[in-house]
Design a protein around this ligand. Structure first.
Ligand SMILES: NC(=O)c1ccc[n+]([C@@H]2O[C@H](COP(=O)([O-])OP(=O)(O)OC[C@H]3O[C@@H](n4cnc5c(N)ncnc54)[C@H](OP(=O)(O)O)[C@@H]3O)[C@@H](O)[C@H]2O)c1
Length: 257
């Protein structure tokens, strides 16, 4: 992905990592469309950042994905990339009786959402590959795909699924000319869970996003975008430090998304 001249749709960019990434991609020269459910925030972003476009989308809702796809492609027929950023992180207690609703909702947003986005946008992205473009589908997993946080079993599982899904679809899509890039954040200070913006063990948002953009710029063919701060999780198992890393991650009350 060439971040200096791509047209990129980021569903899940009303706040946090998605917004920070969208603004940096625009600053590097790309055309950016931000998406999300909070339309007041979409309006604020458009007003504050001339040139940015916004489309309402609820990635839990197939009809909303379809409507957003039509809007995005009508206004940006040369769309090059979709970043499936939208995600939620909700604690669950599997020793109590009421975790099922949270678990189901987490699967819908974090796993079904990206799958539905891929189904909606890949026909267009494949066409772009056929006409000489460099299209990309970007997924967002987590360090917790590789080491579990006790508080969020279904979140961890959806992110592990996104990791493996990214690896699988890459095998099909890259021969068809569509790049699959997986961003693997460690804990980053956003509002994904209450208090997480002040989490001392999480990376500052600007620091994280600057490192991500630098990696995207300098390694445009990378399969995974791994900032230094996530490598202890990503490689815990292969480095032989898995048990110690699980213990270290869960030794603190701080959420490490
Ligand atoms: N922060 C971390 O520590 C961390 C670590 C690893 C991975 N991640 C991943 O990074 C991604 C972004 O999270 P964040 O930390 O930046 O949190 P955030 O600030 O809460 O952002 C989440 C974004 O997802 C959007 N979203 C959620 N559900 C949606 C839905 N049904 N339809 C459309 N948009 C939806 C939200 O927009 P609306 O509410 O406006 O819809 C918001 O823009 C997530 O996938 C998360 O799992 C975060």
């Amino acid at each position: 992905m060439d971040i200096t001249r791509s047209t990129v749709f980021v569903p899940g960019a009303t706040s946090g990592i998605g917004l920070a990434l969208a603004l940096r991609l625009q600053a590097r020269g790309s055309t950016v469309i931000v998406g999300g459910r909070r339309t007041a925030l979409l309006d604020e972003i458009v007003a504050a950042h001339p040139g940015i476009d916004a489309v309402r989308i609820d990635t839990d809702d197939p009809d909303s994905i379809d409507t957003a796809r039509r809007e995005v492609l009508e206004r940006h027929p040369a769309l090059d990339a979709v970043v499936a950023m939208a995600g939620i992180m909700r604690p669950e207690d599997w020793t109590a009786d009421d975790f099922l609703a949270t678990a189901e909702r987490t699967v819908v947003t974090n796993l079904l959402g990206p799958i539905r986005l891929a189904a909606a946008f890949l026909p267009h992205l494949r066409t772009r590959a056929g006409s000489g473009g460099s299209p990309a589908f970007v997924t967002v997993s987590s360090g917790l795909a590789h080491v579990p946080l006790a508080a969020t079993p279904t979140y961890n599982a959806t992110k592990a699924a996104i990791h493996r899904l990214s690896e699988g679809i890459r095998l099909q899509l890259e021969p068809a000319g569509v790049q699959v890039i997986e961003i693997v954040p460690p804990a980053v200070r956003t509002a994904i869970v209450p208090g997480h913006e002040e989490n001392p063990v999480a990376m500052p948002l600007d620091e994280f996003t600057d490192e991500v953009v630098e990696l995207l710029a300098t390694r445009p063919d990378a399969h995974e975008i791994l900032v230094d701060g996530v490598k202890f999780l990503r490689f815990a198992e292969t480095s032989g430090a898995y048990d110690a890393t699980v213990a270290r991650l869960n030794a603190t009350d701080a959420h490490a998304a």
